[in-house]
Design a protein around this ligand. Sequence first.
Ligand SMILES: Cc1cc2nc3c(=O)[nH]c(=O)nc-3n(C[C@H](O)[C@H](O)[C@H](O)COP(=O)(O)O)c2cc1C
Length: 162
Amino acid sequence: MDTSFDMFIETEVPENELIISRTDLNGVITYVNETFAHISGYEPEELIGKPHSIIRHPDMPRSAFADLWETIRSGKTWEGYVKNLRKDKGYYWVYARISQVIKDGKVVEYKSLREPVPREKRIEMQNLYDRMRAEEEGTSRVVLYTKNENLEELKKYDLLSK
Ligand SMILES: Cc1cc2nc3c(=O)[nH]c(=O)nc-3n(C[C@H](O)[C@H](O)[C@H](O)COP(=O)(O)O)c2cc1C
């Protein structure tokens, strides 16, 4: 049996390190710190000038970002769980806080600070976002969490196929 499957590797987000980015008012990246670049798998200069959606993961529901933009445009801070796409197609979860940068009484940029997400919460959010996407798009994708030692057993079934 020819069974193949994609592996998407999760990057663990370090504790005690700030993960920072800023964008202009259209969501184009103006600044990232070294930790942000490192975790996303890009060089800082590959990110600056690109839309922040460069690290958008296809598992993220559209409504999460609609809520984000509505919240920050109204002057409030948006907080939420985000699954991000690395350059190598791997992923990482963050808890993000996004808000306006105000200078001389005017909104000049947006900024985001991020922290790691506990494993249990990542699984809960994956399930929630899968359900939200299914409702938004009428599509579903099954995400399976398993120990490596179960993989050989699972390969016997035709589940892990293209
Ligand atoms: C400061 C700031 C930080 C953002 N950080 C992320 C992020 O880490 N990941 C992400 O997918 N979108 C992030 N966004 C939202 C993106 O701008 C974009 O709305 C989202 O990726 C969805 O892409 P789309 O609007 O093209 O559908 C951020 C926006 C702002 C203003």
